[in-house]
Design a protein around this ligand. Structure first.
Ligand code: XBP
Ligand code: MG
Length: 252
């Protein structure tokens, strides 16, 4: 060891299982606050997740599920205001301590920091959400643990486009061969593999049925010594606990 120079984490579904009981109720709270009678149920939200990005998801809902709704003349502003409202609700939920990190996330981050690896984030979600999630679970100082946080609208084409990973690699000054990505969804996998990065999947609530062809391995979660993660596909760590030695061996 080790050729591995950086770990790049996705956020939603990977650092924390945020979608069903985090983003979804935050969208619904924003709809209520803005006088809309829309209800994004658990199954409907699963379908809406096909479109990454909250603003893009609202637009997709309008196009595909709300033909009777007459949008205001300034659609960009309407969607922007609605999404900002949703972000406020989501951040308030995080600040109440409502969304914990997934098993093994902190353990792996600590191992990487001790070994001097770089840490980065490549996500579709808004920067405010990432910072609030880190702050709420790991404290203010944790924002500096990540050399690069690539988030939200920093690239115009969101996952499954590889742009966010290209952006993060560029800012890290590393090539794809130096890094491993941790993702939870098929869209995230397409983005990371599109940038040529070896990728481990830890499935989340909405993504268990996704097609993960091209992943180095698909796991239940990153695992803790007392609660190892089940291997779903591919070559997992022998003891069910993802560590740097295991990730290093995945590099091309
Ligand atoms: C997940 C997303 C995001 C979140 C909502 O991104 O697609 O859109 O669902 O967050 P990732 P925003 O898995 O890449 O972290 O409303 O801030 O977009
Ligand atoms: Mg994700």
């Amino acid at each position: 060891m080790s050729d591995l120079k950086a770990l790049i984490f996705d956020v939603d579904g990977t650092l924390a299982d945020t979608e069903r009981d985090g983003h979804r109720p935050a969208f619904n709270a924003a709809f209520r606050e803005m006088g809309l009678d829309w209800d994004w149920t658990v199954p409907l939200y699963g379908r809406l997740l096909q479109v990454a990005g909250g603003k893009e998801r609202i637009r997709h809902y309008l196009d595909a599920f709300a033909p009777e709704f007459t949008p205001p003349a300034d659609l960009d502003r309407f969607v922007g205001d609605l999404h900002a409202c949703k972000t406020r609700h989501f951040v308030a939920m995080l600040e109440r301590g409502g969304i914990p990190l997934r098993p093994g996330v902190l353990r792996l981050i600590e191992e990487a920091r001790s070994a001097g690896l770089l840490l980065a984030i490549a996500t579709t979600t808004s920067l405010t959400n990432v910072e609030s999630l880190l702050r709420a679970n790991l404290g203010e100082a944790s924002l500096d643990w990540f050399r690069v946080i690539g988030a939200g609208d920093v690239v115009p084409a969101k996952k499954p486009a590889p742009d966010i990973y290209h952006h993060v690699l560029g800012r890290l000054g590393l090539s794809a061969r130096d890094c491993v990505a941790i993702e939870d969804s098929a869209q995230g996998l397409r983005a990371s593999r599109g940038a040529g990065i070896a990728t481990v999947i830890t499935v989340s609530g909405y993504t268990v049925e996704d097609d993960f062809s091209g992943a180095a391995a698909v796991l239940e979660h990153l695992g803790e010594p007392e609660t190892p993660g089940r291997v779903i596909q591919g070559q997992g760590p022998g003891n069910g606990v993802v560590d740097l030695r295991y990730l290093d061996a995945l590099l091309p």
